[in-house]
Ligand binder design. Sequence first.
Ligand code: DC
Length: 222
Amino acid sequence: MTHFGPVDVIAIDGPSGTGKSSVARAVARELGWRYLDTGAMYRALTWAVLRAQAPVSEAAEVARRISVSIGTDSSAEDIAVDGEHVEAEIRSPEVTAAVSAVSAVPQVRSLLVEAQRSLIGDGQIVVEGRDIATVVVPDARLKIYLTADADVRAARRAREVGAQAAEVAEVANALRRRDGFDSSREASPLRPALHAVVVDTSAMSQSEVVEHIVSLARLVVS
Ligand code: DC
């Protein structure tokens, strides 16, 4: 990627339960751009680590051994490990519980960041994750940091996974644990990038958030 100045990338970072994935996908669709869910890549690797029954300390070796392919079409989720589709598997509670530890391994991050940069290529893409604006594409044209109150995020996440009333507290605790871990790890912790536009989605509907980001995008993208 040879370029001078900002690239046509919209980076969307933030913790879980902010509606990040649905928002990022919808923004890409509105703009006719591609879409990359980097969390899905960490999840696919975590699935492979669990399948290999490898310890987290060997996650980077597993990453080097396998091939993860991910589509960047905003209208369909498409992710495979060595040709095997894992769209459903990577959303399992087992993967969700293990993914923070795997994604905290520095060698894992450098391998996946390299893969992400090559998928991003010349841009025209909305990229969603935790370190997109801080590490992966610091010269992204627009950097969005989505947040929401912890209780709102827990409720959204519980709805997403179809939790029963009695399980909501457990979902909230798991979410807080994962966010605490993602924010306090040494390698590329979750935090807003310099000059990121922080959008608090607590009191916003999904379409309001999408509209807001698309209108910001239209200001900076030709
Ligand atoms: O967005 P998600 O919940 O699918 O992400 C799964 C995990 O992957 C999350 O706990 C943190 C990690 N992740 C990361 O460390 N860096 C990214 N760019 C994306 C996700």
